[in-house]
Structure formats: C-alpha cells, structure tokens
Design a protein around this ligand. Sequence first.
Ligand SMILES: NC(=O)c1ccc[n+]([C@@H]2O[C@H](COP(=O)([O-])OP(=O)(O)OC[C@H]3O[C@@H](n4cnc5c(N)ncnc54)[C@H](O)[C@@H]3O)[C@@H](O)[C@H]2O)c1
Length: 241
Amino acid sequence: MKVALVTGVAGGIGFATAELLLENGIAVVGMDVLPQMPKELEGEFTYFQGDLSNKEARENYVKTAMDKYGKIDILVNVAGVAPKVRADILEMTEESYDFVMNINTKGTLFLTQAVANIMKENNSGSIVNISSMSGYTSSTSRGEYCISKAGVTMITTLFADRLAEYGIMVNEIRPGIIATGMTDKVKAKYDALIDGGLLPIKRWGEPSDIANAVWTLCNGSLPYVTGQSIDVDGGFHIRRL
Ligand SMILES: NC(=O)c1ccc[n+]([C@@H]2O[C@H](COP(=O)([O-])OP(=O)(O)OC[C@H]3O[C@@H](n4cnc5c(N)ncnc54)[C@H](O)[C@@H]3O)[C@@H](O)[C@H]2O)c1
C-alpha cells in the first residue's frame, strides 16, 4: 500500500485530496493545525494535529507516518494561510509577513526536506506542492501571501532539480479561485469578478478540481514530468486582448 502525507488536510483542498487518494487505495497520514477533522474520511486515514511552522511538530508528523508504515511515497503540501488582515504593501507588518511565510514557505520547505531525505532511500516518490496564481499575480493588499507562494514555486524547482536523480518527481498545482474556507470571506468580490468575465471558464473552481490534478501528478502516470507547474484556474493565466 502506498503512503501519502497531506498537510492542511482539514481544509477544502486538503480534504478533497485526501479523499481521492484514499478512494484510490492510498494510506493517508494527514496533518492540520485544527484539533480535529471537520468530517470523517473513509479508508486508511490517520490524523496528526500540528503546526506546520513548528519544527518539532513537523518531526513528530513524519515520525508518526514512519512508525506506522516505515515509508512515504507521496507528499502533498497543501497547508497554507492568507494574512489575518489584508493590508496594503506599504503598511504590511513584519508580524504578518512572518506568520504567512513561516507556514506557507518555511514550513513547506522544511517538511519537504525531511520527507525528501526519506524518499531518497527508496529511490522513488512524488511530491506535489500547492502554490497559487498569487505566486505570479500581484495583490497589493496581501503581498506577503504572493511572496510566500512565489517561494513555493522555487521550492518546487529546487527539489525537482535535486531529487530527479533519485526518481523523485516534484511538481506543483497553481490553483485559481477555489471555493473553500479561505475564499469564503471574499465570496462576493470573486462572484462579481467571475460574472464580469475574469475567467474564460466562468465558474468557481472546486476542491475536487485541484484534487484531480494532484492525483494525475502523483499516481505514476507522468514519470517524465518534474519541476512542472499546472495552472488549475479556469484559464485565468491566459493573457487576453
Ligand atoms: N482557495 C483558493 O482559492 C486557493 C487559491 C490558490 C491557492 N490556494 C492554496 O491552497 C491551499 C489550501 O487552501 P484551501 O483553499 O483549502 O483553504 P483552507 O483554509 O480550507 O485550508 C487550509 C488548511 O490549512 C490548515 N493550516 C493553516 N495553518 C496551518 C499550520 N500552521 N499547520 C498546519 N495546517 C495549517 C488550515 O487549518 C486549513 O485546514 C493553501 O496553501 C492555499 O494557499 C487556495
């Protein structure tokens, strides 16, 4: 049985990803900062509560999976946060920068490093990072988030380069506007933008749209693809005249 780690598993995209992996017979060890899962998942699922930005929590998370299964085949880095308060880049605080970067970028980086060193022993593995359209799109009221996601893209590039010799593929999904807890608060804004023609595909993305793309990247069907970013965004990235 293949074993996957999925962070942010209690959230919209993490939950949908874990659900799909479990449906496909993968054992999932999920991590989230929330005390418990919002809904039950069916299948070989283990929940680990911890803060991705905390070194000890990351170590205990990996240890939990290794103690139970002795290997890790797949890592899906989903956990991420938006700034608690949207503030103009001219007013952004260091506290907010540290909060967002420590989870989205530093946490993702060092969890990936820990798992990569385990996968390397087996000469196989697949890592999928969830970055964002915000990694290349300016939102001046949440600059720290944009910077954190641009950093995730470079994490993808660096580990793809470094781990190819061990047969470990590292790719990423760049979600567009996806209906989850993260976008709840700005629903009216995005409804209006989508109605106004922002996206060639005129609808919100669903967590399952992202989960399906993650599965495609980690199910072994693309063994010659690494360091790739896939925009799952309804065509948002297309420049239009
Ligand atoms: N929803 C979107 O439109 C969208 C777009 C682009 C990228 N993303 C990215 O997708 C990922 C998943 O987001 P989502 O939309 O499912 O939002 P979400 O808020 O539903 O899920 C995020 C999950 O991460 C968890 N989390 C937060 N801080 C954590 C920490 N320190 N340690 C462990 N877990 C932590 C949260 O508790 C939550 O369950 C994020 O990285 C987000 O940046 C989302």
